[in-house]
Design a protein around this ligand. Structure first.
Ligand code: PXP
Length: 238
């Protein structure tokens, strides 16, 4: 069974547009769980542009909700993440000026630091994934770093599907990485830019165990409601 992780960052984006309390990401986390999400993803960005520390703390205190906290490797954020105590952490690259996470981590440059952070999380009982580009080399380095899971950045694949371009090369790249990761004992997650069509295509890859989807779910819910959109994604990935 594949899992659906719902990224609720953009509920906070809408709330923050008014600087008040509505719509509430804490309510959203409870709601998406009730409607069938297998986990909730939140990204505590260095600039706190959507999810804030208090949101993350409250969401991580919800009983029986699997929370996947996305963070960068910046010391201040890593310290906060440990205090927040999520079930899972996904380490992502972060660039202040980017609109969204643009690509996977630079594993070669950050290998030593990543190893240290993951080891620290392990001691605290937190499972960790690394957000990586679909590259066999990065899958092998991830194993070397001793992480539990990888999340494959599906941005290029998703764009090609959306633009009705030939996506076969990207699909094969993701498939090969998923197979290798699975063989060497890394759990495989996938996410970024996914919609119904791209998720349906990637669902054919048995080794992908979890999809993390945000922007499309929240956008589509404006028209059809979160419940319907979550149910549709669940039926696509099952
Ligand atoms: N996975 C990771 C690691 C991400 O950083 C993001 C974007 O925050 C997503 C999944 C979700 O991407 P999208 O919002 O495009 O569905």
């Amino acid at each position: 069974m594949k899992r659906l992780g719902v990224n609720i960052d953009h509920i906070a984006t809408v709330r923050n547009a008014r600087g008040e309390f509505h719509p509430d990401p804490f309510f959203a986390a409870n709601y998406v769980k009730k409607k069938g999400a297998d986990s909730v993803t939140i990204h505590l960005r260095e600039d706190r542009r959507h999810i804030k520390d208090l949101d993350a703390k409250k969401i991580c205190s919800i009983k029986k909700l699997r929370v996947n906290l996305e963070i960068s490797i910046r010391d201040e954020i890593v310290k906060n993440a440990i205090k927040i105590k999520p079930d899972f952490i996904c380490i992502v690259p972060e660039n202040r000026k980017e609109i969204t996470t643009e690509g996977g981590l630079n594993l070669i440059k950050n290998k030593k630091k990543l190893k240290k952070i993951i080891n620290m999380f392990k001691k605290k009982g937190i499972r960790t994934s690394l957000f990586i580009n679909p590259s066999l080399k990065d899958v092998k380095i991830s194993k070397d770093i001793d992480v539990d899971c990888i999340e494959i950045h599906t941005g290029s694949f998703s764009s090609k599907v959306k633009l009705k371009k030939n996506y076969l090369d990207e699909f094969i790249r993701i498939k090969k990485c998923s197979i290798l990761a699975n063989e060497i004992g890394l759990e495989v997650h996938a996410g970024h830019g996914l919609d119904y069509r791209s998720t349906k295509i990637l669902s054919k890859i048995n080794e992908i165990k979890e999809f993390n989807i945000g922007h499309f779910i929240i956008g589509e819910s404006i028209f059809f409601g979160l419940e319907k959109v979550i149910k549709k994604f669940k039926s696509i990935i099952k």
